[in-house]
Design a protein around this ligand. Structure first.
Ligand SMILES: [Zn+2]
Length: 172
């Protein structure tokens, strides 16, 4: 079993970077092997963060994750309850980290949570370990019944479900 703590930073690691981490503007200080999903790069190109690319471009490698790893991520995220708040780009980030056995650099809470559940290492954009783990549940806004997954509306009373955390530990 891998006993390395989630979030520990090792210099020979590959890092998959998501848009939230790039937006933190600390990434350009990294001298590490950075990998971007093609979709993240596309998001940056369209936005005002474009000039940041010039700073980091010698360091970056662009890959697209496979359909298989994307499917794995969707499956885990459905179980953890994060699937409703993950974008396609978020799924790419996690899928790529899964494939490359990379560490994710992200400030996105849903990405961190799914990574945690999948045993993928991740750090915040400050590269400090994150000690947090949330499991989401879905609570009926009418009768208050809890559901493990988002089934849309309550089976008992038909009201909408709301995503709520079941467990939360140590987030700074
Ligand atoms: Zn209900």
């Amino acid at each position: 079993m891998d006993t390395t703590a989630p979030g520990s930073v090792e210099s020979d690691n590959i890092y998959v970077v998501d848009t939230s981490a790039i937006m933190s503007r600390r990434i350009d200080m990294l001298n590490r092997k950075l990998v971007f999903p093609a979709s993240v790069l596309e998001e940056i190109r369209k936005g005002k963060l474009r000039r940041l690319l010039d700073v980091v471009s010698p360091e970056i490698n662009v890959y697209a994750p496979s359909k298989e790893s994307r499917r794995d991520v969707v499956s885990f995220a459905t179980r953890s309850g994060d699937i409703t708040v993950l974008s396609d780009t978020d799924i790419d980030v996690i899928a790529l980290a899964l494939e490359l056995k990379a560490t994710i650099i992200t400030d996105d809470y849903a990405i961190e949570n799914v990574a945690e559940f999948m045993g993928i290492h991740y750090v915040g954009s400050d590269l400090k370990p994150i000690k947090s783990k949330i499991k989401w549940s879905f609570r009926c806004t009418g009768c208050g019944k809890f559901y493990k997954s988002d089934i849309g509306t309550c089976r008992i009373c038909g009201h909408a479900l709301k995503r709520v955390p079941v467990r939360k530990t140590g987030k700074k």
